[in-house]
Design a protein around this ligand. Sequence first.
Ligand SMILES: [Cu+2]
Length: 245
Amino acid sequence: MKAWVIVLILLIGVALGVSGTILAPKLAGPYLPESFRAKTEVVEGEVDRKLREQDRLLLTVQTSQGTVLATFKQKVAEIDLLVQKGDMVTLALRRYEPFVEEPVIERVRKLQPTKPEAAKQEPTSRPKAGEPSPPETAAAPGPSGITAQVTTDPSPAKVGRNRVRVEVTDGSGQPIPDAEVELRIFMPQMGSMAPMESKAILSPVDGGEYAGELDIPMAWTWETTITARKDGRVIGTVMTSITAR
Ligand SMILES: [Cu+2]
C-alpha cells in the first residue's frame, strides 16, 4: 500500500475520533442510563459515624432519604480533619445509594453551640487558678417577659445525669419564687434518627432559684424550653439551649 493511503486512513480515523468524542454525548445522552449522565442530586445529612483506616475514610451520613456510607480514598487526611461526627454534610450524588465512593462534599456545617446572648454581657473576668470555671449560663426573655438563667453542673453539661439550676426573674429583674418550673430538652428528627427529649421537674431551692436533675441522652446542642407555672397556670416560657459534650 502506498504511504499516502495509510496517512489518509489515519487522518480520517483521527477526525472521526475527535468529532465522535464531541458529538456522541449530545446525541447519545438521552439514551444513556441514568448513572452515565452527569446529573447530580444534593443530599444533606448528619455524620453519625466516622472511621479512619490506614488509606481510607468511611463516613455514615443520616439523610432524609436513608443512610449513606461514603468511602474516601483520596484526601483522606483532609476529610478526616474537616469532617467530624455530628457535622451536617452536603454530598453531591448521582442519585441516592447506600454505598458511594468518593462523593463530592459540597458543604460541611459545624453544629457548634450558639453562644447565648447573655454570655456576651457577662463580665469577662478570668477564673483564678484552682477555682472552678464559671458555669455555662443562658438567659432569654420569654414571651411573657420572664427570664430564666440556666446553669449546669458539670459545665459544660455531660452525657448522662446533670444538675441544673434555673434562676427565674420577671420583666423587671425581680426573682419569681413559688413557681413550678419544668425544663425540657429536645432534638428534632434528623434523617432516620427519631426525635429525642428529656425533662426535669425542678424544685425551689432559694427565692427565684430552682434545681433538679436532668438526663442528657447524647452530646448535642439541645433546644431547651423552661416553663414556669403558678397554680398550674403558665406564667412564662423561655427558649434557650444546653450543650452537652
Ligand atoms: Cu438526633
